[in-house]
Every structure is written in C-alpha cells, then in structure tokens.
Write a new protein. Structure first.
Length: 97
C-alpha cells in the first residue's frame, strides 16, 4: 500500500510540475482573462487538507501529506502567475501629456 502511495505521490508531483510549466508557456491570450478566485483556492485547499488529515488518521501514512504539499506546490504558484497576468492585462494606461 505504501509503495502505491509513493508512486502516486511521485506521479502527481510530476503532473503538477508539468501543468505549471504548460500554464506559464501558454501564449494564447485571445480569450479574456478571468479574475483569479482567491476564496475558491482557499476553500479548495482547506477541503483537501481536511481529507488528507482524515486519510492520515485512517491509514497512518505520511505520504498523503506529501501529496498535499505537491498540490500546494502547483496551485499557489499557478494562482500567483494568473494574478500577475490578470493585473498586467487589466492595467489602465496612464495619461502621459
């Protein structure tokens, strides 16, 4: 069981790194950029943390905590990148006389 969790954690970590890389490399700005939702990020991560703690209590394996940390390593930098991109494209031009 622990070996399966190790491989699952390793695979999810690689997936998170790949998705973050692809998100930063995306060049298609034709669609309007949505405002990033911080409340949704916090609620989603809180629910995932509660499920991780419950699974840790049931299985007693720290590898689920590693999966949670791998998820944070993707979601937080991706949120910051989207926020910067949103701020960059929604800036109002300054009046230069």
């Amino acid at each position: 069981m622990q070996l399966i969790l190790i491989f699952a954690g390793f695979g999810l970590t690689l997936l998170a790194i790949t998705l973050l890389f692809l998100d930063r490399q995306r060049k298609n700005y034709s669609k309007p950029i949505k405002k990033p939702n911080l409340k949704g990020l916090i609620v989603g991560e809180s629910i995932f943390l509660i499920l991780t703690i419950l699974a840790y209590i049931k299985f007693g394996s720290p590898y689920l905590l590693y999966l949670y940390i791998a998820g944070l390593l993707y979601t937080v930098p991706a949120y910051i990148a989207r926020k910067r991109k949103y701020d960059q494209f929604t800036q109002k031009p300054s009046n230069i006389s």
